[in-house]
Design a protein around this ligand. Sequence first.
Ligand code: FE2
Ligand code: FE2
Length: 475
Amino acid sequence: MDDDPASSPDPSSRDPLPRHHNGHNQPNGPSVHLSEVIGAVSFALDLTEGQPPGHCLRSCLIGMRLASSFNLGRQERSDLYYTLLLKDAGCSSNAARLWELYGTDDRLVKSDFKTVDSQRLLPLARFVFRHAGTGEPLTKKLKRVLFLSRFGDTLATELIQTRCERGAEIARHLGFGKTVSEGIFSLDEHWNGKGRPQGLSGHKIPFGSRVALLAQVIDVFHHLGGPEQALSEVVQRKGIWFDPELVNAFLKFSSDPEFWGSLKEEGLQERVQKLEPEEILLSLDSDLIDRISEVFARIIDAKSPYTHDHSRRVAHYGEHLGQSMGLSGSATQWIRRGALLHDLGKLGISNAILDKPGKLEPGEWAEMRKHSLYTEEILRRIRIFSHLSKIAGNHHEKLDGTGYPHQLSEEEILLETRVITTADIFDALTAARPYRGPLPYDKAIEIMEREVGLAIDDKCFKALKEYHPDWPPSS
Ligand SMILES: [Fe+2]
Ligand SMILES: [Fe+2]
């Protein structure tokens, strides 16, 4: 059985998150900074992009430093700040297509592509040859190279457009306005008009996009070869990729060791939070937590066609199981949230593994298993989700102590987690997988029965069997 059940949805459209600006509408109850929530989720986006942890946070620091040379108003700085943090919000949406085209680890293709000047033919051709069909027989590799060379232009626009549209949509769901969503949408436009998807040029490119692109490239090359390499790359692409005025702004502080020191990992999240121009506080109510969970689930579920709707379906089953077991409204609500977020860590797994049409090799399994630990680690970064990090992160633990990532014992596995595990396995069996079609309900139940007391809790399984009349879900 796949360790992991299927899927991804398209949750229904929601209203923006309720936001309070510090100093104005102070919420009455406890609150959390929006930057804490978005900063934490940006680690999941880094994983998907194949970037070292903290890339989005560092891009935010760099971008805000670049912007300090311009006379921006408070709202403009606020919009820029969230554009930078969310620049990769749509990154999960083209991962499956990239894998289909290149036949290799999408995270590697994405991260290496960030080091290529795609406007120069030779480096681009070299990139395609090196990455297409890695490990495949030569004839298959050449077929891919030829296809990518022939349709490369159209395909690149398609990939970027998908990612840009999805990123802008996520920003709108989080309640951001046009400036932020457009800033994310146009991230890959270049100053000379040879970027994508619209080929905008000069000042027609939103300011946020111009800053985000430059900040991103600075971080990538700084990571690869230190300040000198970042500087050299930026100067080479001045007026080609980058707004010359922004490059000039960078040159003014590019030799400041304090600036480069501020990019170090230790304390990074806190430094970025302190930069939030207009401390936006979210009142900590259950509606907010539900909405954040829904938004995160959209990003997760966009990663693979085989996980399409998975998080939403597991949430649906889990909620019903909780109710039929007589759990409190609060416990059921946490089950729903945990189910929406349980596979957050899959953003860090290559689609070459997630979408593999055959059996996983031992090494691939080991990689796949990391996802639940990633889920736990990312959620733990948000204080209000510390309990949720356990509920969701332990969904592959087993009652007999042979699960992962912690090999917890039966007593250590929360009931909320057991419900999610049951719902997760049920959906894995009844949804299509890369290597088989969906199993019928009775067959799924038969297989699950063998796991009762091992991976599946007895009470949860009984509730699942009683739940039959409501299956399949109509939503
Ligand atoms: Fe999982
Ligand atoms: Fe799952």
